[in-house]
Design a protein around this ligand. Structure first.
Ligand code: GLN
Length: 194
């Protein structure tokens, strides 16, 4: 199973290592034509405005939408969750997103860098909590009717799924715990027709 990690800016290497630890074929994606044979794509954490600008200059927007339409699953972590969201609250004025997932995301919702923190979160049907690392994290302010909430922290949605789309406000690639990468591969990519 070939999974790409958008490698323009941010924590992409850690996602590649996490996927390789699960014996997935992980590909750092630097150009749009690398999307063609991917079953799934991870958009990493980093700085959503910087990633959005680089996506624009390399022409990623339309090919990602087309490949998703064809069945490619997408998982956005932190800044990546902002980029898959339909709406961003408190974003910079012209922040562009892929507008794919029916969620409204609030940027830097948990405070600034100094407010980054780690906390155990209950995730979907995992039998023990997942250590969530939040770094200037967004939260998911509201979800549309087709969206399943997978994790909450202090009443705020921090992980959600809609069909072949997954969003987490925290950074599973920094924990060494493979469960959410496995969840993405088995439940989200595995559910796709492609
Ligand atoms: N605060 C960043 C943004 O808005 C996201 C931080 C992260 O990805 N860890 O893009």
């Amino acid at each position: 199973m070939k999974i790409g990690v958008l490698a323009l800016q941010g924590a992409f290497r850690e996602h590649v290592y996490s996927l390789e630890a699960l014996d997935a074929h992980a590909v750092p994606v630097r150009l749009p034509d690398q999307l063609d044979d991917l079953a799934g794509l991870i958009i990493p954490g980093g700085e959503s405005t910087a990633i959005a600008k680089l996506m624009d200059s390399y022409g990623f927007h339309a090919p990602i939408l087309r490949r998703h339409e064809e069945g490619m699953a997408i998982w956005g972590t932190c800044a990546g969750a902002i980029l898959v969201a339909r709406t961003v609250v408190d974003g910079v004025a012209d922040q562009s997103t892929l507008g794919l997932m029916d969620i409204e995301v609030r940027r830097n919702a948990f405070g600034r860098q100094v407010d980054s923190f780690e906390v155990d979160v209950s995730f979907d049907d995992f039998d023990r909590p997942f250590r969530g690392i939040f770094i200037r994290a967004p939260w998911i302010e509201s979800v549309g009717p087709g969206v399943e909430v997978l994790a909450e922290h202090e009443g705020k949605v921090v992980a959600a799924r809609e069909g072949r789309l997954l969003a987490t406000a925290f950074h599973p690639e920094l924990t060494g715990d493979p469960r959410i990468h496995r969840y993405f591969m088995e439940r989200v990519v595995g559910a796709s027709p492609a």
